[in-house]
Design a protein around this ligand. Structure first.
Ligand SMILES: [Zn+2]
Length: 563
């Protein structure tokens, strides 16, 4: 039997409803159930449903709706269960259901509003849909309708490679443990190299390449084929192309770690570099953990970030943590009222609310930025200024009132200005737009479990690194060459960022654009005026605190030079 209410009732319930209809049927003429239903209006049938369920029946509930409250519920769940919580007043929820014998509404409300009493009423299924549609705030299709659109699951990405479960296939197990060990030891890269008689893999941890793990040479091609297959890259590409790039995602105890793959052909086979993009490192916040800069530097950085338009440039070699700091800055700048666009290669850290774009190759740069500028941005994060074109675009964006964050390859902050000049930019344009020039390094931190105390710095090192003679009798710590179990035998445990910042005030910018001072003089002037520490000052400070040693410092800083 069809009750014509767009709700499915089982036979027992249908009989109860028909009984209710019959008891209210005034004519004494005999009539079949079929005919009785056929001759009853929807409202009359709804009344019967209500009486059968012992609930009040309302053919129309639209006037009872508190739209804001309904919008608080997931429309797809409401549509599926044919119910809608209409409003809430003094711990009571008015709940309209199309099928009073379906308890999904009760379950939903018990989960969402556990402390409220339910006041249930029965209504038509068409009323429930009308309310859900009326409260989803768009003029297009309702959320319920959109949720119902069938989409074939296809992301174009390969499934995650689970590196923490046991794999039956030995090659899969070898690669899984290679990757999971790397993540565990917080390696930044895994290298796989083949030589004449052997092949091996090793990790780069805290900037240093670690010991080799030898593998049987005969596995060389099997490992290669396994990795290419993991990224769905055809193995025949190996012989055709000198370099192959790819990406895959490893699942590490349920956490996703992105891995960027780069393979180039060598005389004896190949060299694979896998960069681990572990997001747990990237969620760093300014002023905390590895980004715990000194108070003055942090203050100047925040001041530069507060300038409405202009360029903030972070410099330093590859692996100096530039993007980690810039991402932390983006997180700090991220507000709903600002439109933030990024252009990266690849996207390393997705920040909710920020529109990330990945650059597939350098030819996309110009059209992408041109399109960016038309999409009404407030803040633009440009992965890197590497050529005339990108330098021009960064400056153009800043001149037209945008905040631009970017990176450049120069050793020192003051050299950023010269680098822009080398790329063909006029100095006045740089002086007008550059708000802060920063340089960053990551310095290895001594393992506190095994660091060794020394009475002072040797005479030789004092001369070599132009240190103050007082260091000869100043106790310092050095790393233990054999390490301990805490630091996996490395003597160091993790790295910290050091930052030098050169804020460009309007006065300094003016002097610079008139050519009255050189970038070097500007740096000297700023240091004298503000007392802001240079990279060297920051490094020496870590040495004095016993947190690092000269070996670690000389690796990332040119200490022989003293300003
Ligand atoms: Zn140790």
């Amino acid at each position: 039997m069809n009750l014509n209410l767009d709700v499915k009732f089982n036979e027992t319930i249908q009989r109860m409803i028909v009984e209710q209809l019959r008891s209210n049927w005034t004519s004494s003429d005999p009539i079949s159930d079929e005919a009785l239903v056929h001759r009853s209006s929807k409202t009359r049938i709804l009344g019967a449903v209500g009486r059968a369920a012992g609930l009040p029946a309302f053919p129309q509930v639209r006037d009872l709706v508190d739209a804001e409250f309904v919008a608080y519920c997931d429309p797809s769940v409401l549509a599926r269960g044919q119910f809608v919580p209409l409003r809430r007043s003094s711990d009571q929820i008015l709940l309209a259901v199309a099928n009073p014998w379906d308890y999904s509404a009760d379950d939903y409300c018990a989960g969402r509003f556990p402390n409220d009493e339910l006041l249930k009423i029965v209504t038509l299924a068409s009323e429930v849909s009308a309310v859900i549609e009326g409260t989803t705030n768009s003029s297009g299709p309702s959320r319920a309708e959109l949720e119902a659109v069938e989409v074939e699951e296809f992301s174009g990405e390969t499934p995650d490679f689970d590196v923490t479960r046991l794999h039956e296939e030995p090659i899969a197990q070898l690669v899984a443990s290679m990757v999971s060990d790397a993540i565990k030891q917080r390696a930044s890269d895994i290298h796989i190299k083949t030589e004449k008689l052997s092949c091996h893999y090793c990790y780069r941890i805290d900037g240093d390449i670690g010991p080799r793990m030898e593998m049987p040479l005969k596995l060389r091609d099997r490992i290669d084929a396994f990795l290419l297959n993991l990224m769905r890259l055809a193995p025949e590409e190996r012989s055709k192309r000198p370099g192959i790039s790819g990406r895959f995602t490893a699942s590490y105890y349920g956490r996703s770690v992105g891995i960027r793959y780069e393979r180039h052909r060598t005389y004896r086979g190949y060299h694979v570099t896998m960069r681990l993009l572990d997001k747990t490192h990237l969620e760093a916040r300014l002023g905390m953990g590895t980004l715990a800069f000194d108070a003055e530097t942090l203050f100047e950085l925040e001041k530069a970030m507060a300038v409405p338009s202009g360029i903030i440039v972070m410099s330093g070699p590859t692996g100096s943590g530039k993007s980690t700091t810039l991402n932390a800055m983006l997180r700090a700048l991220n507000r709903p009222e600002d439109n933030i666009l990024t252009l990266e290669n690849p996207v390393e850290d997705e920040i909710p609310g920020v529109t990330h774009c990945d650059l597939r190759d350098s030819s996309e740069f110009k059209p992408m930025i041109a399109s960016f500028m038309r999409s009404d941005p407030d803040i633009i994060f440009m992965g890197e200024v590497r050529d005339r074109e990108s330098a021009e675009l960064a400056i153009e964006a800043a001149i037209t009132g945008h905040k631009v964050l970017t990176t450049i390859h120069t050793p020192r902050a003051s050299q950023i200005i010269e680098r822009f000049q080398q790329l063909g930019m006029e100095r006045w344009k740089i002086a007008q737009t550059l708000k802060a020039a920063c340089a960053q390094r990551l310095v290895k931190i001594l393992c506190t479990g095994c660091r060794e105390k020394q009475a002072g710095v040797s005479e030789h090192e004092i001369r070599m690194f132009s240190l103050d003679p007082k260091w000869a009798s100043q106790p310092v710590y050095v790393h233990n060459k054999h390490g301990c179990s805490e630091c996996h035998g490395r003597g160091y445990a993790g790295r910290t960022a050091i930052l030098e910042i050169l804020p460009i005030s309007p006065l300094m910018g003016d002097l610079l654009s008139k050519g009255e001072i050189t970038p070097y003089e500007l740096e000297q002037q700023v240091r004298r005026d503000t007392g802001l520490p240079s990279l060297r000052d920051n490094g020496i400070k870590l040495l004095g605190e016993g947190r690092t040693d000269l070996d670690a410092l000389r690796k990332v800083l040119d200490l022989t030079y003293k300003e």
